[in-house]
Design a protein around this ligand. Sequence first.
Ligand SMILES: Nc1ncnc2c1ncn2[C@@H]1O[C@H](COP(=O)(O)OP(=O)(O)OP(=O)(O)O)[C@@H](O)[C@H]1O
Length: 659
Amino acid sequence: MSHQTVSTNLPPDSLNSGKDETHSTRLIRDRSVPTWAAILSSLFTFGTAVCTLALVVFALFLHQLVAVENIEIYAPILGLSALVPVLGIVLFELGHARSLAGYHDLRRRSGPIGGVIAAVLTAGGLAMLHPLLLLPPLVGGALGWVISRPLARMLPRERAWNALPEEAASVLSGRDQRGLSLLMQRTRRAPTVDALSLGVMGAVFIASFALASWLCLRDVLVSAAIAPTALISAGISRALFIYWRATSTVDPEYAERAAHVQMLPPRRDITDQPDSGLWVDRLSVQTDRGQYLLHDLSFQLPEGSITALIGDSFSGKSLLMRALSAPLDMTDLQVEGNVRLNGLSPWMRSASPHSAAIIHLPATPLILPDSSSANLLHPTDQMAQRAEYLLKSLLHNADTTRRILQCRNAQHLSHSEQKILAFVRAFSLRPALYLLDRPEDGLSEVLRNTLLTRLKDEARRGASILLVTEDRAMLEACDYLISLQSGRLVEMAAADEMRARASSGWQRFVATRELESEDALDSWINAQFRRDGDGANRRAVCMVANEMLTLACRSDDPAATDTVCFEIKLFAGRCQLRMQQPQPLSSGALQRAEIQATNDDALTDAPLARVLRDSLAVENTHHDGQHWMEVSIEIYDPRKVDRPPQPAARSQKNVDATS
Ligand SMILES: Nc1ncnc2c1ncn2[C@@H]1O[C@H](COP(=O)(O)OP(=O)(O)OP(=O)(O)O)[C@@H](O)[C@H]1O
């Protein structure tokens, strides 16, 4: 996938000002495994298998010509000639490892295919000698399948190290790095599998030997063929066994991946999808049990904007960043949505060079156990100059800059040095979108300020920045705020507007104008009443809010928008809940609702009447140029009452009416 080149207006202090960007920005390519590599791997192992077979054939001729027929000269001739397949084995094995260096998993999975092909061809040769000779290797192969598939799944796996709880306590106290890596290691296969496979191979060898001896007795085989036949049979069952074993475990390439990632088609009703900035539409992340971790998120980040994700702990902030940058890595989760960055899908991976679209910087920096230069992606002279400049501008210290750049193992740098190194690498890639998870973590105030200045420069260049932060200065620099709660988007608005509202005590919630928004509305209201004993307050306000939502959904006013907007503010003894309206409620509608509120029979289908019944007052108000239906609801302070008030008789009436 080729990516659209991002806006590259450089900040005035950039070293590359006025120069061609393409020479100073490193392109990236997503990791990929070429299809030819699997074929090449199989060919190499096929070559090794043929050379091994040739050795067995040499052994057969040596036995027959030298030991049985007493032709002495063949001993050195055949002995020396057999060095050719020996050399072949070495060359094929070396060639396999060298030409596919770095593809260890692929060699392990595709290599055995070459062995199986050689085994099938050899089995054909055995069958031509006598069909019975096929029996031991085939039975061995079948047993190998049973051992490495169903049996291996049932047997307990061996751990790299069986730590006692006391030992684990010592390791997790930070006293034993080697112990920690052993604890982290994935479990290995069951040792019983290896023992059984060796036993099966031994059995195949001896069964073939016995069969070939019997065939020799019947003059079907010469005596010199007995041992080679047994060796070949054992080799065939070994090749099959290796293949079963290699394919019985999940390919690491597909392990720990998302269960399902689906790019949804654009909505038909949206025609003005922007071709710049980030566009997120109906993004959801679900567990395999159907629990939503992110629910139907839709928002836009304009090009060159800084936006902060705010919300309680576990509200899904970090998860959203991961879903935007690497949905495939969300182990066992189901991800779907339509995500576009500058008009293209950042979810598509491509092995062809392209400019970096998204860079995600988690709170713990990603640093390789290699030199700083390697961590800066082995920069060209021009890029190295820019990296040095960026480091200096962040650190304001030439000595520290030099020390970081000359470091041979960047994992030995301090946490903040590693963090700055990761930032410099990101800045030199010039992505269209930065996802920054707690960028301030571990940085001194001076570093946080210089980092913020740099981020503002990146935004001026045209990059969009989405960050999770608790740093006041960073929050104040934001153009927009996105508020998340329990994986749902509560609101996205201009930062100034949200700050002003928050300081006035009002909290806002925006959702689509449909009854399905009820769960999100309830969880927003629940979040306003967190004190122990607040349950009755939650129920009372949720009941009224849900009726208001029903009222909004029933409205056939052509001026009504696709969204509903609620605001809430808590006072002593009451809470004010208001909903934005296209028009004020007419006095006629209010009067009818008041009459209905006193008549139980009419309550089932009269949301406004139920709102009136369950609240202290309902009135039309006007704020920020908008009409609001504002409701006053009685609440209590759980710290001051021993026993929360029972649901009012009116609420009971409501339940009775609806049941
Ligand atoms: N792979 C996963 N499988 C199941 N649940 C997950 C997975 N990843 C994250 N979660 C859950 O999703 C929720 C949101 O996690 P996330 O890390 O996004 O929280 P956060 O908003 O960043 O919180 P904090 O501010 O505490 O870091 C958490 O309850 C977490 O347990």
